[in-house]
Ligand binder design. Structure first.
Ligand code: COA
Length: 157
């Protein structure tokens, strides 16, 4: 497969983003194209599309409010996972958030989501809080924090 590439994308692509979300998440966790389109019309909200060649493989959505940013979702098609797209999208989202003035990026992840936890740990995320039995399956939500440098990368320890 081609190397990961990332580009900004807007609410006009909501149908594509909804299809990618549905491919990556189980039915109970899926977001509709309509909901994605509405979110992308809100101030401070943005999406990034990941591609391999001309093929869309996943996307990330975030929002920035003052000096704090949040990852709203990250979804990679199952057949394109483990090829670096998730990491490329996260790095691009971090750069976008930093460029929009954020100093910290927060995200929530299920304690049972090993793939996402490994991805975020590799980027330097640390646990900032825990919401017990937050998800319908009874798992905890971990609140993770990624400090942003002005160029979007995590600062050296
Ligand atoms: C989590 C997810 C976004 C990862 O995307 P991805 O493109 O497969 O991740 P990458 O290929 O960029 O992997 C980067 C690193 O994350 C870790 N990682 C990714 N998938 C992993 C897995 N299944 N098991 C263990 N570690 C994993 C590894 O450290 C990996 O680096 P390596 O391949 O050099 O070992 C993807 O699995 C996905 O879309 N899952 C379903 C939706 C989801 O859970 N979204 C996150 C919600 S918080």
């Amino acid at each position: 497969m081609n190397a990961p590439a990332v580009a900004p994308i807007g609410p006009e692509a909501a149908a594509l983003l909804g299809a990618l979300h549905a491919a990556a998440f189980p039915p109970a966790d899926r977001w509709t194209a309509h909901a994605i389109g509405l979110l992308l019309l809100l101030p401070g909200h943005f999406a990034l599309l990941g591609t391999a060649g001309a093929e869309p493989v996943g996307f990330a959505m975030g929002r920035v409010a003052a000096e704090e940013a949040e990852v709203l979702t990250l979804a990679i098609r199952p057949d394109a996972q483990r090829a670096g797209h998730g990491a490329a999208l996260m790095r691009a989202l971090m750069a976008q958030a930093a460029g929009r003035g954020a100093r910290d990026l927060f995200l929530e992840v299920s304690s049972e989501n090993r793939a996402a936890r490994a991805l975020y740990a590799g980027l330097g995320a640390t646990e900032a809080g825990r919401r017990r039995r937050y998800y319908p399956d009874g798992s905890d939500a971990l609140v993770l924090r990624l400090p942003l440098s002005p160029c979007g990368a995590a600062p050296a320890a």
